[in-house]
Design a protein around this ligand. Sequence first.
Ligand code: ADE
Length: 420
Amino acid sequence: MAAEEGQWVLMATGRSPTNIAVIKYWGKRDEALILPVNDSISVTLDPDHLSATTTVAVSPSFPSDRMWLNGKEISLSGGRFQNCLREIRKRARDVEDEKKGISIKKEDWDKLHVHIASYNNFPTAAGLASSAAGFACLVFTLGKLMNVKEDYGELSSIARQGSGSACRSIYGGFVKWCMGKNNDGSDSIAVQLADEAHWNDLVIIIAVVSSKQKETSSTSGMRDSVETSPLLQYRAQTIVPNRVLKMEEAIKSRNFESFARLTCADSNQFHAVCMDTSPPIFYMNDTSHRIISLVEKWNQSEGTLQIAYTFDAGPNAVLIAPNRKNATLLLQKLLYCFPPQHNDLSSYMVGDKSILSDAGLNSMEDVEALPAPAEMKTPTQKSKGDVSYFICSKLGAGPKVITEGTQALIDSVTGLPKGV
Ligand code: ADE
């Protein structure tokens, strides 16, 4: 470890997207290695709107591994962090930084400690799979710092040991997590089905649904479902294998009708498994159900599927439109039913705000003038405050290194998070 021993800090910064499953992961066959009972398929979301940024720093002057999430120090003692750190350290290689006069030998990494600072560009508590983006980013960025040369499949298998769905955030576009057969989890990895450019007409609108209720964590919910739900076994063994094949075909041929049918059916079956769990788990709420009904009525009235919906372990709706036209029509219907509480239209839409003007919604007067959706029963209920805000996004790319030093979250001199 050359340079002046103890004087240097070496850093890497990366950014990783979150993802949303269209064929759901629900149930582990191995809790420690995080091995699933079925394959799952997801879409990776645009990192400009939903991502984690992580800086990892190493210095001989750090006495221990430490981590800060959104500016607050958190414990790294949990098994999931330890698994990721251990697996990346195992694969660390020689690192030379000639400019800084730093040379780290492979065997030095076991003695060196890291500081990790991570920041999510969306509310961590909003139930939007922040741990998927977070663990993918941690593994990817540690891998860069430690000059790990393993392929993305191997990285996905390490990210999986932090949070199952994190393995899918290692790639952009459409991603399959293959459950694998091996007991050591070596074949439980993610593969990219198609990149984000393959089907770039898709528009994703997320309704962040207000919820006061403390939700059952996915980890404990999944465990309860595996132990008590007969439907989970049937779904994993009989339904999903077939559905995965059909979904791969729908994605390959950009067949929205089939994509949407499979996505909605799989979301509904996942929530049926939750209801089939003892005691039953309710992730969706009244607002979620009203959004489903709005989409279903529209789909039925047209005779073809206009929108796909999917709900994870929480009440938020993820709505996928085949094109901009359908996304604007959807937004008009949504804003009729769920107008903003604080009459502030601009802060009610996060991400690609231009969808508002595309939908002709430039002011609260425009929202108030919206007609009731023709296919809904009259009078159509309007409720303010049931949706906290919307996010308009699209498919996005996988993890990237950020080279601009200004975007690093750790100070290169102190080795501590900036602003701490
Ligand atoms: N959990 C939620 N967000 C995270 C992040 N950015 N990094 C690690 N774990 C997380």
